[in-house]
Write a protein that binds this ligand. Structure first.
Ligand SMILES: NC(=O)c1ccc[n+]([C@@H]2O[C@H](COP(=O)([O-])OP(=O)(O)OC[C@H]3O[C@@H](n4cnc5c(N)ncnc54)[C@H](O)[C@@H]3O)[C@@H](O)[C@H]2O)c1
Length: 481
């Protein structure tokens, strides 16, 4: 899939077989027509149950810069050029229609960065294919961006396409010329990657090849561009020693070295992230790419300052057994009177963070870029909890609101330690200025109230886990409705 769309410009196709795009200030720039191609292999094609698109795609791109008047008071997205002038830092948010990406794109736009979203909208298709839906009704990406513009005067450019298609990504890079790329654009569910062979292969292809294309695009077109890549704390697994931030110094047979911290991923999804980290580290060394790998914990919450501004800006909130993550899922379960589903013994401990801190961390990483050739790793979470601890917190908060909440243990669909040591370091982002929103009673109250507000949209059939790590097979599977 390779087509670029913009909400802010018009498109001409000239007879010289070049595509021209016009910005609203009428300057016209040629784009090569390399998009008029057949669809190359994409696992998406195999998974797609939807419309058969024509093999030729319309290409639209926009080159609209944000107006000076739209700048905010707390503008932190500016940078100095060599002649001393101030320009906006351009940030490409890949996966900007997703849960973390949408909130981040708005946050950065609000902070004065010039933002472009790149997304192939596949996440919305997964929902359609599996019969799932966000708790919150989410607007189309086009309406989201239009609403943002009408509320704030700020443009967000949009490139709709698949980053696994290099020609698409290359054109987006050449058109937007990012100073930083925030890469959220992956298949991000461990259970999804464990449904069947085709989803396992799709996940690894999508994530690893997509990231590789981003690395090549930086090398070819924007050597100075800083890559901020979303990894996961799940890459480390649950070792019986403290987890360091990316690297560990080891003395072995009398010799000492600082080495990448060992990775022990526990699903095909997590393994794709490990491979991404290796590819990024290698290209930093080999080509001098500057990169920050954000090993993010489990994100909870839904509202940020920007998404709370209008109902058309509302973020998605997943509660189902495939895409729902622990705390968000528990709050929705509590709201509809479904028992909180603790997998196995419930001693599984992980790092967690509020979505307001996700957007803050990404901004901090962009504002303090890695040096050329540096592969920097930050553990991006603020607190750690076991599943049992989260269930107890939600039970207590629910009771305060008059909800009847109970937790039950269900057979663990995953293969993972259910009781283990866990102590992960997470100081680097704090040192750079992160001010965490720790999980508080008031946040839990507001998340629970939010879930209660939308509880009529909950499909309780989607709540129980439906994907077993041990039962994955080659045969294509439909998750039970
Ligand atoms: N949500 C969490 O709790 C969490 C925790 C740790 C790490 N992360 C990481 O953060 C990132 C974002 O997670 P999320 O929860 O926002 O996921 P999400 O599924 O809501 O968003 C991902 C977005 O990327 C897009 N995308 C996927 N493949 C693409 C491709 N090939 N080309 C273009 N766009 C593509 C999807 O359409 C979607 O909009 C992921 O990389 C994930 O692994 C998330």
């Amino acid at each position: 899939m390779a087509h670029l769309l913009s909400t802010t410009c018009s498109l001409d196709v000239s007879s010289s077989n070049k595509l021209h795009f016009k910005s609203i200030n009428q300057c016209s720039t040629p784009i090569p027509t390399s998009f008029n191609m057949g669809i190359s292999f994409s696992p998406l094609k195999k998974l797609s149950l939807q419309s058969k698109r024509s093999a030729k795609y319309v290409v639209r791109a926009s080159a609209v810069s944000m107006s000076q008047e739209a700048r905010t008071q707390n503008d932190s997205g500016s940078q100095q050029t060599t002649d001393g002038a101030s320009t906006r830092k351009k940030v490409m948010v890949i996966g900007g229609d997703g849960y973390c990406g949408w909130a981040t794109a708005l946050h950065l736009s609000n902070k004065g960065y010039e933002v472009a979203i790149v997304d192939n909208l596949i996440r919305r298709l997964f929902d359609d294919q599996l019969g799932l839906d966000s708790l919150t009704p989410i607007s189309s990406i086009h309406n989201r961006i239009r609403r943002w513009k009408s509320l704030t005067g700020k443009d967000i450019q949009l490139f709709v396409g698949d980053i696994c298609e290099f020609e698409f990504l290359a054109e987006a890079f050449k058109s937007f010329e990012p100073d930083a790329v925030v890469h959220f654009g992956e298949q991000r569910s461990a259970p999804y990657s464990m449904i069947d062979r085709s989803r396992a292969i799709y996940t690894q292809h999508n994530n690893v090849i997509g990231t590789l294309n981003v690395l090549f695009a930086i090398k070819e077109f924007r050597e100075e561009c800083h890559l901020v890549k979303l990894g996961t704390m799940g890459e480390y697994g649950t070792p019986n020693i403290d987890i360091e931030e990316g690297y560990i110094t080891i003395t072995h047979n009398g010799r000492t070295d600082t080495l990448p911290y060992p990775k022990q991923a526990s699903s095909f999804y997590h393994l794709s992230k490990v491979h991404d980290s290796h590819n990024i580290a290698f290209t930093c060394k080999a080509w001098g790419i500057r990169a920050t790998d954000l090993n993010q914990g489990v994100v909870y919450g839904v509202r940020t300052d920007e998404t709370a501004m209008h109902e058309e800006l509302v973020n998605r909130l997943d509660y189902d057994g495939v895409f729902g993550t622990a705390l968000n899922r528990f709050c929705v379960q509590a709201a509809v009177g479904h028992p909180l589903t603790v997998y196995g013994k419930g001693g599984q401990t992980r790092g967690y963070l509020d979505i307001r801190d996700t957007v803050q961390c990404v901004e901090i990483a962009i504002a303090n870029p890695a040096k050329p050739g540096e592969f920097r790793v930050f553990n991006q979470f603020t607190e750690q909890f076991s599943v049992n601890e989260l269930a107890a917190l939600v039970t207590k908060a629910g009771e305060k609101l008059g909800l009847e909440v109970k937790a039950i243990s269900v057979p663990n669909p995953r293969v993972e330690a259910e009781e283990h040591y866990y102590n992960a370091k997470h100081t680097k982002l704090i040192e750079l200025g992160l001010q965490p929103h720790l999980l508080s009673d008031s946040l839990l109250d507001s998340l629970l109230n939010f879930a209660v507000q939308y509880k009529d949209r909950v499909d309780t059939k989607q709540i129980m886990p439906s994907v077993s790590w041990k039962k994955i097979g080659a045969k294509p599977k439909t998750v039970a409705a």
